[in-house]
Design a protein. Structure first.
Length: 453
């Protein structure tokens, strides 16, 4: 009898401990975040000079909203695991999981009231495992199929200096329009430095002007490489640590070569193909691709490409001229393009960089950008040099190029060629200068593609 009682007591104790562990964790266990995505979370939250944040997993809450009540804009080829993470069927009807930012105490209450108004269950549910980042975006993992992606909704608290940030449906639509433009354009062009984090899904509540945007992590979850945020490269401790891992001793010189100059080349490739430039080009927008040994590959990842200036003259000479009508009118420019770079804007500088060295980064950025842009487009380097820059201490350096010279007019005239087409919209054949910037199609790949269809 005593043996049975002892066994039951031990078993009860075991169950209590197991339950306590589950209660503390609140995390589904079928799939977990990949090593590379977890490393991105750690850099976002721990190698961020503005505010150190938790990198622990959170069981993220969401509302369940009938899809018929939402605006939606999905890529036709959206990964089914991702689509099925946000959409599901209940009682024969398609529902969407509308994410609640775990730090938000304001905006999601408007969504709750919206649901109550429509007599829809407004109690938050839990499904995703989530992680904070340096901004309002979260990295989410579907615990049932392993799909990983970034998602952004409104919140009145973030990790940076800009706190109360509403994600509007109007902005989400602008993001999706840019995403379409990039998907049609960049795969056709030779852009060896440039990688894009595309944004293939957006949903909105029109009457509230609320939006939700999903951003792809590309192949990061496959653990073949790492994405290092630019602000982590310029972090006092982490920037120096990775410099040392690569056998270098001077972080300023190392990151000039592997961050500043590659970003300049990537932006030249991006602007030449799209006629577009960030309106607030700070370190949140850029990531350095590292291989599995933490060595820079020379490639730069661009993200959050909705908030950009458009050179209207260029874009109107492409198949995507229509996006200028649906763009923030303050960001549509004629006859000029405002450019900038501010890798430490809104951030704290590392101890190993002086203000003079930061200015040299800005000058070096434009030197490299102008050389690469001239190489791609034929706009003379010396002509671009004549444009004066304006620098702010530890913030932005800006140049506004007047796109009115004969060389710039040629660049604008052949915009469709830099979108990967063989002729202009008017039917004029593309010059060899622009054709050689287009990506060559491997013959065997082409044959296989035809057979596959």
């Amino acid at each position: 009898m005593k043996l049975i009682q002892k066994t039951l007591f031990t078993l009860s104790l075991f169950i209590l401990v197991a339950c306590q562990t589950t209660l503390n964790r609140h995390v589904a266990a079928d799939y977990h975040i990949s090593n590379s995505a977890q490393q991105l979370v750690t850099w976002e939250t721990k190698a961020n000079a503005i505010s150190e944040r938790s990198n622990e997993v959170i069981r993220v809450e969401h509302y369940e909203i009938p899809l018929r009540l939402l605006e939606k804009d999905f890529d036709a080829n959206l990964d089914s695991n991702i689509k099925n993470s946000l959409l599901f069927t209940k009682n024969g009807e398609t529902y969407a999981r509308w994410i609640i930012n775990p730090e938000d105490s304001k905006w999601h209450l408007e969504v709750k009231s919206f649901l109550q108004k429509h007599k829809i269950d407004s109690e938050p549910k839990k499904f995703f495992d989530g992680y904070l980042t340096a901004s309002r975006s979260m990295i989410l993992v579907n615990p049932t199929n392993g799909a990983s992606f970034s998602l952004k909704v409104s919140t009145d608290k973030t990790g940076g200096k800009w706190t109360d940030k509403k994600q509007t449906w109007a902005d989400a639509l602008q993001v999706r329009n840019m995403n379409r433009y990039l998907q049609e354009t960049l795969p056709k062009m030779d852009t060896p430095t440039l990688v894009i984090m595309d944004e293939p899904l957006a949903m909105g509540i029109k009457e509230l002007d609320h939006g939700m945007i999903m951003r792809s992590l590309n192949d990061l979850p496959e653990d073949g490489h790492y994405y290092l945020p630019a602000f982590s490269a310029l972090h006092d401790v982490e920037g120096a640590r990775i410099t040392k891992l690569n056998g270098a001793t001077d972080p300023v010189r190392f990151w000039d070569k592997h961050l500043n100059e590659p970003i300049a080349r990537a932006m030249a490739e991006y602007f030449a193909a799209t006629g577009s430039w960030y309106d607030s080009p700070h370190a949140q927008n850029f990531l350095v691709e590292l291989d599995r040994d933490m060595k820079p590959t020379g490639r730069i990842v661009l993200r959050d490409l909705g908030d950009t200036y458009l050179l209207e003259d260029f874009v109107k000479n492409t198949k995507f001229g229509w996006i200028t009508k649906n763009w923030d009118p303050n960001n549509v420019q004629q006859g000029k393009i405002t450019t900038g770079i501010g890798l430490l804007h809104g951030n704290n500088p590392p101890s190993w960089m002086t203000s003079t060295e930061y200015k040299e980064y800005q000058w070096g950025f434009y030197r490299t950008f102008e050389q690469r842009f001239a190489e791609i487009t034929g706009v003379p380097y010396n002509e671009m040099l004549r444009t004066e820059s304006k620098e702010s201490l530890w913030s932005y350096s800006r140049k506004t190029y007047q796109a009115t010279s004969e060389a710039w007019k040629k660049f604008i005239r052949y915009a469709n060629c830099l979108n990967g087409e063989l002729k202009t919209l008017a039917g004029e054949k593309c010059p060899e200068l622009y054709l050689k910037r287009q990506r060559k199609i491997d013959c065997f790949q082409g044959v296989n593609a035809i057979i596959a269809h």
